[in-house]
Design a protein around this ligand. Structure first.
Ligand code: HEM
Length: 436
């Protein structure tokens, strides 16, 4: 549609005006020049329940409470220092993944499931420390919540017809799931509060949030238990399935492109063969692997339309009047394939990023898989660390084959529908141990 109707489209879906932006130039106007006018999120039915009525980071409206939580996120919860403090957990969880794959050598492994279990376990340990009671119930509820959040809600398109909300089966189901995870998370928070732990040593995110809560008691916006639970929920929703879904694409592209596999494996093995195992110390030397990650983010941005923004005040973009309250979707998927910026845009060519300064940190508007501006994803460092380590280990320890003598080019790359886009079908591969 963007190719046919241009880089800025107006669509009226139900009662709601939508602006869809598909060029780097207009994305820059929205997320840089006029960022303050577009840094709100709309109040949608399920995200409102999810976020305890907009008291989280992901879905809350722009304002002082959001600013405060966002600051805590940047300086405390997802800071480079904190990400570094999770190194041993990352190495253990990825090590367990390698062991469990090795145990199924030469047979078909559902890699999508295994990586998803690993990222969930990693986020859970970073957030809660030890294993929690009702781990399985928590995981299933979170998975169902993510599926519902990624879906389509007719009530959001007709906000004036309140009856649609009360009739929504998705809403009833969502409220029940939310209640379940709320009870489990409150239990975790109470448990952390009651036990005198040696937090300076193994501080997890709940410990850090409780400390911030104690320090904020006298402030204008004290951090509440609800804030703590909503931030934790954000981390699972925004951080777990996104990381595993993304790795599914990355490995699929590597398998589909044997030359990329060859080059990526050669690099990892050259760097780590002397040591005999992969840890984080030498990851910075994996230049080609970093290009593979960038190229996957270009072609498969996990949230192809980012997250919806709402226009806070009437303003002019590219000569057009944008009304207040209009919903704005930034088409990062189309932007990443814009032939004006990307040579041979549809092909997977990691080397395009070699000797290039283009990065995904929100300043190069032709490449914005994590968004940009005030609402840019704060989890970039957290996710890149786990992705690099996992891919490096999988490439170092194993060679990979497709099942049923399938040819590389036959690997199915169909996308699942939804706000976030993962592989429609699980990625199943045969591992052959090269070195353990
Ligand atoms: C491959 C992995 C990931 C991708 C592609 C991704 C992408 C995104 C995108 C596109 C946004 C919306 C940005 C915008 O509106 O401009 C976002 C927001 C957010 N992400 Fe991520 N993300 C990833 C991983 C993570 C992780 C690991 C965490 C936390 C542990 C995280 C936490 C958040 C939060 C809290 C927000 C909301 C920010 C706000 O509204 O202020 N994300 N992410």
């Amino acid at each position: 549609m963007a190719q046919k109707y241009g880089p800025m489209m107006y669509l009226k879906l139900g009662e709601v005006p939508y602006i869809i932006v598909s060029s780097p130039e207009i994305a820059k106007e929205i997320m840089k020049t006029h960022d303050l006018s577009f840094c709100d999120r709309p109040s949608l039915m399920l995200p409102t329940i999810f976020s305890y009525n907009g008291t989280d980071i992901l879905y809350s409206r722009y304002g002082e409470p959001w600013r405060q939580l966002r600051k805590i996120c940047g300086t405390e919860l997802l800071s480079p220092k904190r990400v570094q403090s999770f190194r041993s957990i990352r190495e253990e969880e990825v090590g367990d993944l390698v062991k469990s794959i090795a145990a199924s050598e030469e047979s078909v492994v559902n890699l999508s499931h295994k990586i998803s279990d690993m990222t969930h376990a990693f986020v859970a340990r970073a957030a809660f420390g030890k294993r929690i009671k009702h781990q399985q119930a928590f995981r299933s509820a979170i998975d169902e919540i993510s599926i519902l959040l990624g879906g389509f809600c007719i009530a959001d398109l007709y906000p004036s017809i309140k009856m649609l909300q009360s009739m929504s089966m998705a809403k009833t189901k969502f409220e029940k799931l939310h209640k379940e995870v709320d009870v489990i998370m409150q239990d975790v928070v109470d448990d952390h509060r009651s036990v005198h732990r040696n937090v300076s040593k193994d501080e997890d995110i709940v410990d850090a949030l409780l400390q911030i809560q104690r320090e904020s008691e006298q402030s204008q916006h004290p951090v509440t238990d609800i804030n703590i639970k909503s931030i934790i929920l954000d981390m699972f929703s925004a951080g777990s399935e996104t990381s595993s879904g993304f790795m599914g694409w990355c490995i699929s592209e590597i398998i589909k492109n044997p030359k990329v596999m060859e080059e990526a494996q050669a690099e990892v093995r050259r760097v780590y063969d002397k040591k005999g195992y992969v840890d984080e110390t030498e990851l910075h030397q994996l230049i080609y692997l970093k290009c593979v990650i960038k190229e996957t983010l270009r072609l498969h941005p996990h949230a192809p339309l980012l997250l919806p923004r709402e226009c806070r005040e009437r303003c002019q973009i590219s000569g057009y009047d944008i009304p207040a309250k209009a919903m704005v979707l930034i088409n990062a998927w189309a932007i990443g394939r814009d032939p004006r910026y990307w040579v041979d845009a549809e092909s997977f060519k990691p080397e395009r990023f070699l000797n290039s300064t283009i990065d995904f940190k929100g300043t190069d508007f032709e490449f914005i898989p994590f968004g940009a501006g005030r609402r840019i994803c704060p989890g970039i460092g957290f996710v890149v660390a786990i992705i690099e380590l996992t891919l490096a280990q999988l490439l170092y320890h194993f060679n990979w084959k497709l099942p049923n003598d399938m040819k590389n080019e036959e690997l199915d790359m169909t996308e699942s529908p939804g706000v976030t886009v993962t592989r429609k079908h699980d990625l199943c591969l045969i591992p052959i141990i090269r070195r353990l």
